[in-house]
Design a protein around this ligand. Structure first.
Ligand SMILES: C[S@@+](CC[C@H](N)C(=O)[O-])C[C@H]1O[C@@H](n2cnc3c(N)ncnc32)[C@H](O)[C@@H]1O
Length: 382
C-alpha cells in the first residue's frame, strides 16, 4: 500500500497501490495533489475497486479547476467514477482481461453441465468462503458464461483453474454473480404502506431496530431513513444495512449517486407519497449528488451474507427485497426460517414484489399482512 510520485516531462505521475483507506495515506495523497497546482498530474489507481467519498470529492474538485488525468486498473472503479461524472481512463494493464483477445467468443459456444457447475461452486466455497451452491443454477450458469467470455475462454476446466488459483478472476466472477439493481423508493407503493401502516406499529417501541438485507448501493436504506425522518422517528431507529458484496457496501457508505439516480428518485418519492423536495436530502455537487450526513448517522452498513450462521439481532422490521429470487426453493425456505428467527415476536417482514412465501413453507413462520405488497408479520411459534 502506498503512494509513489514519478516526475515526467512537464508533470508528475502519481501511482496509488492498495486500497488507500488509511487516513495517513489519504492525507499524504492529498498533500501530493495539492503540491501539483502548476504542473500537470496524472493519477493511476492500481488496486482500488472503490474509493472513499473524500477522495472522490477531492478528485472531482481538482478536475473542475485544473488538468488532472485519472487512470484506473479495476473496471468496477471505472464504472463507479463514470457514473459520478468523473473523467477517467480505464487502463486494465495489470488486469486479467488485459491479454490480447485473440478470438471473439459467442456465449452459445460455451457449454456447461449442471453437475460440473455445482462441483465448481463447492470449490469456490471451500477456497473463498462464498456459498453459491444453492443459488438458482440457471442464473449462475448464465453468469459463469459471461465471466468466461470476459476471460476470453470457452474451456470451462481451464476457467475453473484460473478462478481457483487467481483472486482477480474470482473477483470478476463474484461481480458477475452480483446483481445490484436498486432504486430510491423502489416499488413506491410498498413504501407508502410502510409509511401509513407499518410505522404506526413501530412507533410503539422506544428503540426501533430495522434490517435492510441485500441493501446494494444504499438507495433502499436511505429511502427508509428519509421516510423515518419525515415521520419524526429516525432519531429512535437503528438501521442495519448489509450486503454480501463489499464493493456495493463501500458505495452505500459514500452515499454518492448520479444525476440520473435523482431523477428516478424524485418520481418514486412522489409516488410513495413524499411531500417534501426529494433533492433537499442531498448535497448537489455538479455531476453527482451526495446524501446529507444527517440521514447517514442511524445506518450501520456492513458486509454480511444472509447465508452465514447466527442471529445478529432481533429486529422489528426486516426488508429482504429482491434477494430471495436468486436462491433455489430449498434455500429460500431456510432463509425464511432465519428471517423469522431474526425478528422480534411482533416483527414485520417485507419481501420484493416478485418474491413471495407461499411456495416455500413461509406460512409456517409468517402471516399475511399485506399480500399485494409482500408484507408479512411474524407468526407466533407454538
Ligand atoms: C437486486 S439487489 C436488491 C437491492 C435492494 N434490496 C432492492 O430491492 O432495491 C440484490 C442484492 O442482494 C445481494 N445479495 C445476494 N446474495 C446475498 C446474500 N447471500 N447475502 C446478502 N446479500 C446478498 C446482492 O449483492 C445485491 O446487492
Amino acid at each position: 500500500m502506498g503512494v509513489s510520485v514519478d516526475k515526467v516531462i512537464n508533470g508528475v505521475c502519481i501511482t496509488v497501490t492498495g486500497e488507500l483507506c488509511d487516513e495517513i495515506e489519504i492525507e499524504e495523497f492529498f498533500n501530493i495533489l495539492d503540491q501539483q497546482i502548476t504542473t500537470e498530474a496524472q493519477v493511476t489507481f492500481l488496486d482500488a475497486s472503490t474509493l472513499e467519498a473524500a477522495i472522490i470529492e477531492k478528485l472531482a474538485d481538482i478536475q473542475s479547476a485544473r488538468k488532472l488525468e485519472i487512470s484506473v486498473v479495476k473496471s468496477y472503479l471505472y464504472s463507479y467514477m463514470y457514473k459520478l461524472g468523473i473523467r477517467c481512463k480505464y487502463n486494465p494493464m495489470r488486469n486479467m482481461s488485459s491479454g490480447i483477445i485473440s478470438k471473439k467468443l459467442q456465449s452459445a459456444e460455451v457449454k456447461l453441465g449442471r453437475e460440473e457447475v455445482l462441483y465448481f461452486l463447492e470449490n469456490i466455497n471451500k477456497k473463498y468462503g462464498y456459498d453459491y451452491t444453492e443459488y438458482q443454477v440457471d442464473s449462475i450458469m448464465r453468469r459463469i458464461k459471461i465471466s468466461m467470455l470476459r476471460a476470453n475462454t470457452d474451456d470451462f476446466t481451464g476457467f475453473q483453474n484460473l478462478v481457483l488459483e487467481n483472486d482477480s478472476y474470482f473477483e470478476q466472477l463474484f461481480l458477475d454473480f452480483s446483481i445490484n439493481t436498486t432504486e430510491f423508493f423502489r416499488n413506491p407503493e410498498v413504501f407508502q404502506v410502510v409509511k401509513n401502516k407499518v410505522l404506526l406499529h413501530l412507533n410503539f417501541y422506544s428503540h426501533i431496530r430495522i434490517w435492510c438485507i441485500g441493501c446494494s448501493t444504499g438507495k433502499e436504506p436511505y429511502s427508509l431513513a428519509i421516510l423515518l425522518e419525515e415521520a419524526g422517528l429516525l432519531h429512535r431507529v437503528q438501521i442495519y444495512a448489509t450486503d454480501i458484496n463489499p464493493y456495493v457496501i463501500e458505495e452505500a457508505k459514500n452515499g454518492m449517486y448520479s444525476m440520473d439516480d435523482i431523477e428516478e428518485g424524485i418520481q418514486n418519492y412522489r409516488k410513495a407519497g413524499g411531500e417534501n423536495s426529494f433533492t433537499s436530502y442531498f448535497e448537489l455537487k455538479g455531476n453527482y449528488i451526495k446524501i446529507k450526513q444527517g440521514l447517514k448517522k442511524n445506518i450501520l452498513f456492513f458486509q454480511h451474507s444472509i447465508l452465514g450462521n447466527g442471529i445478529i439481532n432481533e429486529f422489528h422490521l426486516i426488508l429482504c427485497r429482491n434477494v430471495l429470487i436468486y436462491f433455489n426453493n430449498s434455500l429460500q425456505k431456510k432463509v425464511l426460517r432465519y428471517l423469522s428467527d431474526s425478528l422480534d415476536k411482533n416483527g414485520f417482514l417485507v419481501l420484493g414484489k416478485s418474491g413471495g412465501i407461499l411456495q416455500n413453507g413461509g406460512y409456517n413462520y409468517f402471516t399475511k399482512y399485506d399480500e399485494i405488497n409482500k408484507i408479512y408479520k411474524k407468526k407466533e411459534l407454538v
